[in-house]
Structures are given as C-alpha cells and as structure tokens.
Ligand binder design. Structure first.
Ligand SMILES: [Zn+2]
Ligand SMILES: [Zn+2]
Length: 247
C-alpha cells in the first residue's frame, strides 16, 4: 500500500501546502480521502480520476471538501474522466452539508454510499472501518486494511479521544492531525489535537509510524514533530504535499 499526500495544510491553505487530501493506493484500489481546497490540482499531478475506486469525505468542513466541486466538474465535463459513477463515502450529515455547500446535483457524478460508525466497506482489496471522532457532528476517522493485513489509520479532525486510540491500535501508519503545537487558551476541550496529544495518541495506540498532518500555518510542523516525540517513541514523519509513504 502507498500513501500519497495531496494536501497537508490545516484549516486553511499554507505556503506550498493545499488543504487535506490523501490518496491510498493498493494493488487493486485507489481511495481518495478528503479533498480540501487546492488539493485537486495536486491530485491531478500524481494520479487520474478514472483510476479512483472511491472518495471518502471525513466531515463537513471546507478544508476537507471544497475541491469536491473541482472533481465534480472535471468528471462531468472531461471525456474519459470517469468510467462509472464514483462511490462517495460520507455520513448522512456530511452528505447533506456537501449538497447544501456546493449547490450541485452530486448524484450526476457520484454514487453516494451512506456510512456510519458501524459500517464496514469493501473497496477492491481494501477494507474500510470507521470511528466517531471528537469534532463536529458526523465526523469519522477511518482505518484502511489491505488484504495482506497492513493498515493505515487517518484521524480526520479530532480532539484526543478513546475511539481513535482503539481504531489506531497497532496501525502501520497513523496519519494524525496536529492543528496546534499547544492548544490555544480559547479551546478548553479540544476539537483538534495539539502536538503533545498526537504523540500521546501514537504511543497509546502502539502504532508503528506516526505521520503528522493538518498543522495550521504559521505553526511549524518540525516543532510539532519535536513536541510529539516527547510522548511517542517511534518514527515520526511530517506530511508534505507530494510525499509518498510506502506502507
Ligand atoms: Zn480541518
Ligand atoms: Zn474540521
């Protein structure tokens, strides 16, 4: 399995970083996770829409879904851009927000597959399971298991929570958000993680490698890594746009 970073910025764009988007490629499947603003052009630089097996949208914030509009128009108007309707995996709450925010007839291009915390989806040789995260209504974290047993877990956006610890248990890769270096005073209970909490999450889940993403500019990803390393003893990578991580 291979994880390609198509967007690594948190909350809004950053220099040389588009907002959240991650492509998981296996022998038989290509799953695109989130499509934040600016990420679709990065996606086109590394893959093709006709190869996609499905798109997962983790929640209803623009920095995770804005470029679904670009994907919609590309697939609608460019000959050969799609073979069939593309499975769009999202919760009912997220799908409703997608329809309202975009104002598009999404069903023209996408085959909406409603998912919830109990869903188990087979996408070619990938098995997808989910957990509720501590963020806005309808946010799901996702675990991708390849047929050889290798796993990637993506936290989506979330405060530190036990459901993510459980989902990420012994994962080969935990792709986790660290919006902040240190939680700002206005946020009493989270909604996002800071670097210390990401380190704690990686350690509590016993993951093989931790990939830090969604660091909100001008916070410094290198500083996030340094702080996380005080809690997590394994290897920590920073997600940069166009990085390719073999799993
Ligand atoms: Zn976000
Ligand atoms: Zn969010």
């Amino acid at each position: 399995m291979k994880l390609t970073i198509c967007g690594s910025a948190g909350s809004y764009g950053a220099p040389l970083r588009a907002c959240s988007s991650y492509l998981v490629t296996s022998e038989r499947s290509n799953l695109l996770m989130d499509l934040g603003n600016g990420s679709f052009s990065n996606f086109l630089a590394v893959s093709e829409t006709s190869l996609l097996s499905g798109v997962f949208i983790s929640h209803r914030h623009h920095d995770h879904l804005a470029d679904l509009v670009s994907l919609f128009h590309f697939m609608k108007f460019v000959p050969g851009a799609k073979v069939d309707k593309l499975p769009l995996l999202a919760t009912a709450v997220t799908y409703e927000a997608l329809c309202n925010l975009t104002g598009l007839a999404l069903a023209e291009v996408f085959d909406f597959r409603k998912i919830d915390v109990n869903s188990k989806i087979l996408l070619g040789d990938l098995e997808l399971t989910f957990c509720e995260t501590d963020h806005v209504d309808g946010t799901l974290g996702i675990k991708i298991t390849e047929s050889d047993g290798r796993t990637i877990v993506y936290s989506a956006d979330s405060a530190y929570c036990d459901s993510l610890v459980a989902l990420a248990q012994n994962a080969d890769i935990l792709l986790a958000e660290s919006t902040w270096i240190e939680r700002p005073r206005w946020s009493s209970r989270g909604i996002h993680m800071d670097a210390l909490e990401v380190g704690e999450l990686g350690e509590a889940a016993g993951v093989a490698r931790l990939v830090i993403t969604h660091v909100a500019y001008p916070n410094d990803p290198n500083q996030a890594r340094q702080v996380a390393s005080t809690k997590y003893s394994g290897e920590i990578l920073i997600a940069n746009d166009f990085d390719v991580i073999e799993v």
